[in-house]
Design a protein around this ligand. Structure first.
Ligand SMILES: Nc1nc2c(ncn2[C@@H]2O[C@H](COP(=O)(O)OP(=O)(O)O)[C@@H](O)[C@H]2O)c(=O)[nH]1
Ligand SMILES: [Mg+2]
Length: 235
């Protein structure tokens, strides 16, 4: 069992797999790590690229799901399958700065239960986003923190590390819907888990397309309306 299992959900990311694995190799020297790509049968052949790479690279493997889609459920299934003491969740598209991974692991090893890579504190940034996307992201973050009391500067971050101990508590409670896996974990974990943050600069996407869209925002609002009363009423 490796010390760290990196779980990467993919949909049409074939061009990003090899560059990403080379970067992981470069930054994770000295760590016993593995990476599991959870691919929802991408038409561009992402799963085949991963399997091919995995033949010569024992740290790399692929979980291919057929007939299903979903970022959160892909992360959950990936963690359940990988079974490691610590999991990192990150995107395949090179937008998440992999050089942060050793720092995040150091936070976990020194006692954090969850370490979130944040775009909104300590010198992190969203890079070259347009005004519209900035406003939507900031508003969603603000509303989330008001309603959920999530204690995080970037509750919508898709880049974080979490211990298996926390995941074992929350697995039965996660619904696997939508994009907000971090939020789902924090809402369902015990209230005193130690959350730390590491800043990062969100890079522009080089290859492939974003799957974030209007339906993601609607799904977030539905989630908040369902979960907020639990927190506000202390349930
Ligand atoms: N397995 C799986 N991965 C997905 C799905 N939707 C998005 N992803 C992956 O989740 C990550 C984040 O999605 P992305 O479109 O980059 O969102 P953005 O960074 O907010 O624009 C990327 O690695 C995507 O390939 C999905 O339905 N299933
Ligand atoms: Mg992305």
């Amino acid at each position: 069992m490796p010390d760290l299992a990196i779980i990467i959900p993919t949909f049409n990311e074939s061009k990003n797999i090899r560059p990403l694995v080379s970067r992981l190799d470069a930054v994770l020297e000295g760590v016993d790590w593995s990476v599991l790509f959870v691919d929802d049968d991408s038409p561009d052949g992402t799963a085949e690229v991963v399997s091919e790479l995995g033949k010569d690279h024992w740290r790399v493997s692929c979980l291919k799901r057929v007939g299903r889609r979903g970022l959160s459920s892909a992360c959950i299934e990936g963690m359940r399958q990988a079974k490691a003491p610590v999991y990192a969740i990150m995107d395949a598209d090179l937008q998440h700065d992999e050089t942060r991974l050793p720092l995040m692991l150091a936070e976990i090893r020194s006692g954090a239960d969850l370490c979130v890579a944040t775009r909104y504190a300590g010198g992190g940034s969203v890079g070259e986003w347009g005004m519209g996307r900035r406003v939507i992201s900031r508003s969603a973050t603000w509303i989330t923190n008001v309603l959920i009391g999530a204690r995080m500067s970037d509750p919508m971050s898709g880049f974080f590390m979490v211990t298996d101990a926390v995941m074992q508590q929350v697995f039965p409670k996660l619904d696997g819907m939508g994009f907000k896996i971090l939020l789902d974990i924090v809402v369902h974990a015990r209230k005193n888990i130690e959350i730390r943050e590491v800043p990062f600069h969100f890079r522009p996407r080089l290859a492939g397309e974003s799957k974030m869209g209007f339906q993601v925002i609607v799904a977030l609002l539905v989630f908040l309306v369902k979960k907020a009363p639990r927190r506000v009423m202390g349930l």
